[in-house]
Ligand binder design. Structure first.
Ligand SMILES: C[S@@+](CC[C@H](N)C(=O)[O-])C[C@H]1O[C@@H](n2cnc3c(N)ncnc32)[C@H](O)[C@@H]1O
Length: 314
């Protein structure tokens, strides 16, 4: 019988991150007691907690997050929950998951979960410039303290060419006014550096024609901020590198579940899964991506764009 998961019980103080497609992803991973599971995107530990419930005290979790604050939150979630199995945390990009598994002394895994993008606390309280609703510095890195050689939003906005800005805002941001916005950013930075979210948001807003702006249901800066964030963290590159590494590490009958929020990411996952299906090395469990129910989208509007795909290694 299917065990119903109560998502509302997940957090009293985790800045209200509600795990998306929780039931579907956890059921889809087909976890057994004593399994070894990789959570490549710990976030606040919402999915991990359910993984822990399924694999029990003989199970092992390898948890990754590029954000050290997320690791702390996930640790809290699991210690409050009283998980007695083994758990190893790695504060790194999931594109390095091969080295992570090596360091953890784990050769094969039974399940891998990727829940892409950002958690609610990152957007709302990290102060790293993911939101245009507050005055924040332009950082937008997953890592809390970006290293000196790491790209930040400040660098993207103030030094990348108009052509590259147009490209990332239109492809990652899916913003139809990308060209106008990129031009406005370049014109503005000629007068002085763009250093805060409010400054950037205002430039974007003014670059979008008034009539189009009035018709939009979302804030005019939403898409551009998304495009810049995805470029800063090379999110598409990281996913493309991580998929074969995770699949390679799966045991026979092991499953991988990916929740994505962007059409480019969903396409990468879909094509990779199709390739494995054609090769005869995997069975695709979700012929079509699973999406959130009406009830879930009502309770958690962020789940509206989520797509879940699951594959099983043969
Ligand atoms: C949507 S949240 C995950 C939420 C989590 N499933 C939960 O229920 O609490 C995505 C998390 O993945 C992390 N992340 C995104 N891309 C990453 C990458 N390439 N490498 C490592 N962590 C990444 C983010 O820092 C964020 O904490």
């Amino acid at each position: 019988m299917q065990k119903k998961i109560n998502t509302k019980s997940i957090s009293p103080n985790e800045a209200k991150h509600v795990p998306v497609l929780l039931q579907e992803a956890i059921e889809g991973l087909n976890l057994k007691e004593g399994a070894v599971a990789l959570d490549a995107t710990l976030g606040v530990g919402g999915h991990t907690k359910e993984i822990a419930t399924r694999i029990g005290h003989k199970g092992t979790i390898i948890g990754i997050d590029a954000d050290s604050v997320a690791i702390t939150r996930a640790k809290d979630t699991l210690s409050n929950f009283g998980f007695k199995g083994e758990i190893k945390f790695f504060n790194t990009n999931f594109r390095n998951l091969d080295s992570v598994l090596k360091e953890a002394g784990v050769e094969k895994i039974d399940a891998a979960l990727f829940d892409l993008g950002l958690s609610s606390p990152q957007i709302e309280v990290s102060g790293r410039g993911f939101t245009f609703k507050q005055e924040e510095p332009l950082v937008m890195t997953f890592a809390e303290e970006p290293k000196e050689d790491e790209v930040t939003a400040l660098e993207v906005v103030n030094t990348w060419s108009e052509e590259t800005l147009t490209l990332i805002i239109s492809s990652y941001g899916e913003e139809r006014f990308a060209k106008r916005i990129a031009k406005a950013i370049v014109e503005s930075r000629e007068l002085g550096p763009i250093t805060t979210t409010s400054q950037l948001s205002k430039i974007i807003e003014e670059a979008i024609p008034y009539v189009a702006r009035k018709k939009q249901k979302i804030h005019p800066a939403t898409r551009t901020f998304q495009g810049i964030r995805m470029a800063v963290n090379d999110e598409v590159g990281a996913l493309t590198e991580a998929l074969p590494k995770a699949f390679g590490a799966l045991n026979s009958h092991g499953r991988m579940a990916i929740i994505s929020f962007h059409s480019i990411e969903d396409r990468i996952v879909k094509r990779y899964f199709q390739e494995k299906g054609k090769e005869g090395t995997a069975k695709i469990i979700t012929k079509r991506p699973l999406i959130a129910s009406e009830e879930e989208t009502h309770e958690n509007p962020k789940s509206r764009s989520a797509k879940l795909r699951i594959i099983e290694k043969i």
